[in-house]
Design a protein around this ligand. Structure first.
Ligand code: PMP
Length: 361
C-alpha cells in the first residue's frame, strides 16, 4: 500500500485509521453473520444493534439527556436547510437567521423560500471575517427559532460563545465542528450535522432534537420529510444510510476511547495552536484570513502574498503528500481542515513544510 497522505480535505475528510481498519476487517463477514453490514437488512438484529448503539453513543459522547431524540437522516445538511423551516415555523411565525458565512447564508436563503425570515445578524457586508458579539444578534421574542452555523467551514470562523436565546429555541448547523470540543449541548433545541467531516462518511446526517421542540413541529409536512417520523421510528421508518450509521458508530467509539470530548478538545487545541502559531510567526508571508478572535479550530484559512505563490504552495505541498488545502473556490487562499481525525504529527509535518516553503520562496 502506498503511504497514507496528510489529508486536509474539507469534507468528505480524513477518517481515523483505526476506524478504517475495523471497517476493512469486518467488511466481508460482519461479526460472524456471514455477510457484510452493507448486505444485511436494516431490520436484521445485527444492524438494529448497530443503530441502537450509535444512538446511545451520540448521547454519551455529547452528554445529552434522554429528552433528546437522535436521528440519522439522508440528504446532507443542505436538506435540513429546508426541512427545519418546513417543520418548525408555524403559521404566521418568523424564523431568525444569523448570517456568519456561506453555509449560514444558504440556510437562510432556503428558509426564505419557505417562510418569513428575520436577519438576526448580517456578516456578509464585512465579508464574514468576524463573528458577532452576543448583543449584535437581534431577533423578535416570538421567533420560531434562532438559527446559527457554529463553524463556518469556508471562511474559517467559529462561535466560541453562544447566544442565550432564553425562550426562543436555538438551532445550530454543526456540520463542521460537531464533537470537536466540550460544549453544553443542552443549550440547543436542535443540532444537525452532515457526518462527512467529524463523524463519518457522507450520506448520513445527524439530527439531534429535544422533545419539547419536536412537540412544536407542524403536522402538515409530508411523512418522510417530518423529523417526528424519524424520531418515532428510531430512523428506521424507511431504509436508512446503514453504512454511514455503522461508520459513525465506529468513529464515536474511537472518540470515546480517546478520552471523549475532553481528549478530543485537548488534541484539537494543540493542533490549532501549532498551525496558527506557524502562520502568526511569519506575518509578512502568511496571513490568517479570519479576525483572530473569530478563528476556527477546525478550518484554518490563510493567504500568501499573491495567488501565484498560493498555487505553488498547493503544488509543492502535494509533492510532500499534503493534500486538500486549496481554499474554497468562492474565497481562494489556503484552507487546512483539521477535523478530529487529523493528527498532531500531520500538523507538525505541515508546519515544517510551511517553514521550508517560506524560506525558499
Ligand atoms: N453546513 C456546513 C457548515 C457545511 O460545511 C456544509 C458542507 N460543507 C453544509 C452545511 C452542506 O452539507 P451537505 O453537503 O451535507 O449538504
Amino acid at each position: 500500500m502506498s503511504e497514507r497522505k496528510v489529508n486536509f480535505n474539507p469534507g468528505p475528510a480524513a477518517l481515523p485509521l483505526d476506524v478504517l481498519k475495523t471497517v476493512q476487517s469486518e467488511l466481508l463477514d460482519f461479526q460472524g453473520s456471514g455477510m457484510s453490514i452493507l448486505e444485511s437488512s436494516h431490520r436484521a438484529k445485527e444492524f438494529e444493534a448497530v443503530n441502537d448503539r450509535a444512538i446511545e453513543l451520540v448521547r454519551e459522547v455529547l452528554g445529552l439527556s434522554a429528552d433528546y431524540h437522535v436521528l440519522f437522516m439522508g440528504g446532507g445538511a443542505s436538506t435540513q436547510f429546508a426541512l427545519i423551516p418546513m417543520n418548525f415555523v408555524g403559521e404566521g411565525q418568523t424564523a431568525a437567521y444569523v448570517d456568519t458565512g456561506s453555509f449560514a447564508n444558504k440556510a437562510m436563503k432556503e428558509a426564505q423560500n419557505i417562510t418569513n425570515v428575520h436577519v438576526a445578524f448580517n456578516g456578509k457586508e464585512e465579508k464574514y471575517r468576524r463573528m458577532p458579539a452576543m448583543d449584535d444578534i437581534k431577533y423578535p421574542s416570538d421567533a420560531a427559532y434562532v438559527h446559527i452555523c457554529s463553524n463556518n467551514t469556508i471562511e474559517g470562523t467559529q462561535f466560541h460563545q453562544f447566544p442565550n436565546t432564553g425562550n426562543v429555541p436555538l438551532v445550530a448547523d454543526m456540520s463542521s465542528d460537531i464533537a470537536s470540543r466540550q460544549l453544553d449541548y443542552s443549550q440547543f433545541s436542535l443540532i444537525y450535522a452532515g457526518a462527512q467531516k467529524n463523524l463519518g462518511p457522507s450520506g448520513v446526517t445527524l439530527v439531534i432534537v429535544r422533545d419539547d421542540f419536536l412537540a412544536t413541529a407542524r403536522k402538515d409536512v409530508p411523512t418522510i420529510l417530518s423529523h417526528k417520523t424519524h424520531a418515532d421510528n428510531k430512523s428506521l421508518y424507511n431504509t436508512p444510510p446503514v453504512f454511514g450509521i455503522y461508520i459513525m458508530k465506529l468513529v464515536l467509539d474511537w472518540i470515546q476511547s480517546n478520552g471523549g470530548l475532553a481528549g478530543v478538545e485537548k488534541l484539537n487545541a494543540a493542533k490549532k495552536d501549532l498551525l496558527y502559531g506557524a502562520i502568526d510567526s511569519a506575518p509578512d508571508f502568511y496571513k490568517g484570513a479570519a479576525e483572530k478572535a473569530a478563528r476556527s479550530w477546525m478550518n484554518v484559512t490563510m493567504r500568501l502574498p499573491d495567488e501565484e505563490l498560493e498555487a505553488r504552495f498547493v503544488a509543492d505541498a502535494k509533492k510532500e503528500g499534503i493534500l486538500g488545502i486549496k481554499g474554497h473556490r468562492s474565497v481562494g487562499g489556503i484552507r487546512f481542515s483539521i477535523y478530529n481525525a487529523v493528527t498532531l504529527a500531520d500538523i507538525q509535518k505541515t508546519v515544517d513544510f510551511m517553514d521550508k516553503f517560506r524560506k525558499s520562496a
